[in-house]
Design a protein. Structure first.
Length: 166
């Protein structure tokens, strides 16, 4: 790490923008989490896993692919899938092509739970994101989100390369 003189410190405006961004993202995520917990008995992370599986061919993904899609660590995903298995919403199967790997499959019960949870979740997203921004702001948000993601792509590619199949 370089010395302190190398740091490009944030000025007052940048501090305000940074803190505002973090507060908005944190509050928005917490709101979605509370809504899903209250109405469907699951956190956002579990909902995202169910969505990813529902959109996959045959409602199944290798655990390693599911971790990438859900932007999750192996251990966090394994813990979440174990909880979803206990609920009967997801089933883990051995990967036929790789004994070490496993596949997560969305069960019919899990799909039904997702179908029941989706309207409330989408309503919360619409009310607290789409309904509070103008069409121009939404276009800007899309561009900003893409720019931030592009800025992190090198790091994301490195994480993908390092990820061990499981």
């Amino acid at each position: 790490m370089g010395d302190m003189s190398d740091v490009r410190w944030l000025d007052a405006d940048e501090q305000r923008i940074w803190r505002g961004f973090m507060t908005a993202v944190t509050k928005f995520t917490e709101h979605l989490d509370r809504q899903l917990q209250r109405d469907s008995g699951m956190p956002v992370a579990y909902y995202e896993i169910l969505v990813a599986l529902s959109e996959a061919p045959e409602r199944s993904l290798r655990m390693s692919e599911l971790a990438l899609v859900c932007h999750s660590s192996r251990s966090r995903l394994s813990h979440a899938v174990a909880r979803l298995e206990k609920e009967g919403w997801v089933q883990r199967q051995a990967c036929p092509s790789d004994r070490r790997g496993s596949i997560a499959v969305l069960t019919d019960r899990g799909f039904a739970v997702l179908e029941a949870a989706a309207p409330g979740h989408v309503t919360a997203v619409r009310e607290h994101l789409f309904d509070v921004l103008t069409p121009e702001q939404l276009r800007s948000l899309a561009e900003i989100s893409q720019a931030i993601e592009r800025g992190l792509q090198t790091e994301c590619a490195q994480v993908r390369a390092e990820m061990v199949e499981f």
